[in-house]
Design a protein around this ligand. Structure first.
Ligand SMILES: Cc1cc2nc3c(=O)[nH]c(=O)nc-3n(C[C@H](O)[C@H](O)[C@H](O)COP(=O)(O)OP(=O)(O)OC[C@H]3O[C@@H](n4cnc5c(N)ncnc54)[C@H](O)[C@@H]3O)c2cc1C
Length: 362
């Protein structure tokens, strides 16, 4: 979020300093599987959280547009690709709920329920025990490359990147005037965007507002699948198999809301992800396990992100709490922040994402 906010703002000619306490892409943004649906708003609303449909749809379009320019702007291939995505059903109840999905309009990407050989034509590795699958379109990037590309492009436009930890904000007459660093220094500024991922809650004491964002650990496996590579991504429940642009396959994931800031990957996570992967595509039993990683998603109590101005702190903004969808939504959420800073208004209604909605701290 911080890197894409910096990208948009430096593109618009603002003088930007990106402050990072560890390293760029250190958080979940460097680990994410980084895929999202490219469907119409109604289908998105039926398949995912309907409250995010507009944001997600616009976010997809921005990713597609940026994929055309970001490699030239940064010198980095972000691995953007679009491909079929299959949501599998293994029992009648699951099949019935997937078949109920709405039909898209004539200009929208196609979406089909397929079974048997027709389904295996889309992806030959699908388990023969699956009753069928809902086939739609998906897009993805290589998360780490994507974040680096945003930073590189912003740096080429004059953004400064600096190592340091923010520990507080300063204000005068209701307007933000600076960011305090752990080393005692104060960076003077009239505008600040807090994009602190799962650490966002720490800003509650700075601004006097409740910010109920918490870390949710997610684990991922990188597999090397013997040829042929998957043509489509597969998903079942919260698990998925995702063929990446570099020839690897990502298998995910766990969703561990009690993890706290413990970011270790575990043998239980490995077993759960592999079991789900083999249920979706049994022929992956010979895949090589290349890597096992984990990251902390920034989840919010009401399952909605926080995007917008921080009440009582003129010039201060927050973009946080995107949980499982922070790469897909990164460009639109930070586009909103850039529009607020540059033009004073958001391209879409953002009341439900108000960072002040949880009220003041006691
Ligand atoms: C296993 C896994 C799979 C995922 N798959 C997908 C997916 O397929 N699609 C998708 O869209 N999303 C996915 N996500 C979610 C996505 O990764 C996150 O929503 C997104 O990366 C969050 O970005 P962020 O910038 O808010 O937080 P982060 O990436 O955590 O970045 C926050 C940054 O702020 C820095 N920071 C914090 N506090 C301070 C401070 N006080 N001073 C200075 N710096 C500070 C941190 O060091 C960190 O670098 C996945 C996540 C995981 C873990």
């Amino acid at each position: 979020m911080g890197c894409s906010a910096a990208y948009w703002l430096s593109k618009e000619g603002h003088k930007v300093l990106l402050l990072e306490k560890e390293a760029v892409a250190f958080g979940a943004s460097g680990m994410a599987s980084a895929h999202w649906l490219t469907v119409d708003r109604d289908t998105y609303a039926a398949l995912e959280d309907g409250r995010l449909a507009e944001l997600a749809w616009r976010g997809c379009r921005l990713h597609r547009e940026l994929a055309r320019v970001l490699p030239d702007e940064s010198g980095i291939d972000v691995g953007y690709r679009e491909h079929p995505a299959i949501r599998l059903a293994f029992c009648a109840e699951e099949a019935a709920s997937l078949k109920l999905r709405p039909s898209p309009g004539p200009d929208d990407p196609p979406i089909h329920w397929l079974e048997g050989e027709a389904l295996r034509e889309v992806e030959p590795r699908v388990n023969r025990d699956a009753l069928g699958g809902l086939v739609c379109r998906q897009a993805q990037v290589m998360a780490y490359r994507f974040v680096l590309a945003l930073v590189q492009a912003a740096e080429r436009r004059g953004m400064a990147l600096r190592h340091g930890e923010a520990v507080g904000l300063q204000r005068s007459g209701g307007r933000v005037t600076g960011v305090q660093l752990r080393n005692g220094e104060v960076v003077a500024t009239g505008t600040v965007v807090l994009a602190m991922g799962p650490w966002s809650r720490r800003a509650a004491e700075w601004v006097g507002l409740k910010i109920p964002v918490y870390p949710v650990r997610g684990q991922l496996l990188e597999l090397q699948v013997p040829d042929p590579q998957l043509r489509a991504s597969l998903s079942y429940g919260g698990n998925y198999l995702l063929p990446k642009a570099d020839g690897s396959t990502q298998a995910g994931t766990t969703y561990e809301p009690d993890s706290g800031f413990n970011n270790h990957h575990t043998s239980a996570g490995l077993e759960a992800i592999m079991n789900a992967a083999l249920q979706m595509a049994p022929s992956l039993e010979n895949a090589q396990l290349v890597n096992h990683v984990s990251g902390l998603r920034p989840a919010c109590e009401d399952a909605l992100p926080l995007i917008g101005p921080i009440p009582g702190w003129q010039g201060a903004y927050m973009v946080a709490g995107h949980d499982r969808k922070g790469i897909g939504l990164s460009l639109i959420s930070t586009r909103i922040i850039a529009d607020l800073i540059t033009g004073g208004h958001s391209p879409i209604p953002i009341e439900m994402f108000d960072p002040g909605r949880f009220g003041p701290t006691e």
